[in-house]
Design a protein. Structure first.
Length: 325
């Protein structure tokens, strides 16, 4: 029996690579080295039966290039906004993701960004590195207190709940907005109150975005929403860049509508508005929410497991479009 052909656009741990190599006709492009362009990717996936993908876009031209052979796309991420899920579904292609694995890593970075922008940590670090630390005068780097302030979480899924658990010991008052309310038991455990979006924006000192990118959440935060925010508030986005209209955010910062922001994701990444880099009240990181050893390794292993399980017995542990099974 001919082995299924698999293309992996991803870094693979050596043990995972060896295992896949035994079970499949495996072609690997290590995403540590580069990200293939659309045409380069299409050239590598012709005739394959499965794809493990970290990063690039899986769209209709790529699906068509597989000539009907493609059966499964295993995404090395929780979000699948890099994949045309509707087109995959129409072509009977299973899409899988890697939930749970990165919850703690993203929640950790979310809390880290909140602390960094509130207490001006990167600003102080730059001061020391640039040899501008000449003493400790009383007005130096006054930041914002956390205890007693309102933390508004947009998106109370696994990561939002994990962030809330981290925030409670800091004395933050947890509010959240989510399309669906969590159970009363979770609200009680986290001492969290559901608010509508406008109320959350107007009441929160710190607002952390952790919802998925969908047609409904694109530009969820734009000019009107930023104008609702407190002038002493901070916006933190660790979800997906297009949830925030970046040009409106830059304008809000310039006009002091809000006190600052921390961004791990950008509307047109890897490009971003360079005005952000010149603002001391802005913290920027390079889409590194899941960039811990445990999370990234676990994500790749789960993506490989998804594809192995499918070709072994037709079962898919983490299907995004299970309706076609």
């Amino acid at each position: 029996m001919t082995k299924p052909q698999i293309f992996a656009h991803s870094w693979l741990p050596e043990d995972v690579r060896e295992r896949l190599d035994q079970k499949f006709l495996l072609d690997v492009h290590n995403s540590f080295e580069s990200i293939l362009s659309g045409e380069e990717l299409i050239a590598r996936v012709k005739g394959v039966n499965g794809i493990i993908v970290q990063g690039p876009i899986i769209d209709l031209p790529l699906i068509n290039s597989c000539s009907g052979t493609l059966k499964i796309v295993s995404n090395v991420a929780v979000g699948v906004d890099n994949i045309s899920v509707d087109e995959c579904t129409a072509n009977k292609i299973i899409v899988t993701n890697t939930p749970d694995i990165l919850t703690d890593a993203v929640a950790d970075l979310s809390m880290g960004l909140l602390l960094s922008v509130a207490r001006r940590i990167p600003e102080g670090e730059r001061m020391v590195r640039q040899d501008k630390f000449q003493g400790n005068p009383f007005p130096l780097l006054w930041g914002s207190d956390l205890k007693g302030e309102v933390l508004g979480i947009i998106g109370m899924g696994r990561i939002g709940q994990a962030l809330a658990k981290r925030a409670l010991p800091f004395g933050l008052d947890i509010k959240y907005y989510s399309r669906n309310r969590v159970g009363e038991n979770i609200e009680n455990e986290l001492r969290a109150e559901w608010l509508n979006l406008n109320e959350l924006l107007s009441r929160s000192k710190f607002i952390v975005i952790l919802c998925p990118l969908t047609s409904e959440t694109k530009h969820l935060i734009a000019k009107d929403e930023l104008e609702l925010m407190r002038s002493d508030s901070f916006l933190i986005n660790v979800a997906r860049g297009p949830i925030v209209k970046e040009s409106d955010l830059v304008s809000a910062l310039k006009n002091k509508l809000i006190a600052g922001c921390a961004l791990d994701v950008y509307e047109f990444e890897p490009k971003y508005d360079k005005d952000l880099a010149g603002m001391d009240n802005v913290v920027l990181t390079p889409h590194a929410g899941s960039a811990s050893v445990g999370a990234r390794t676990g994500m790749v292993k789960l993506a490989a497991h998804n594809i192995e399980t499918y070709f072994k017995n037709g079962k898919v542990p983490n299907a995004v479009n299970p309706e076609i099974l």
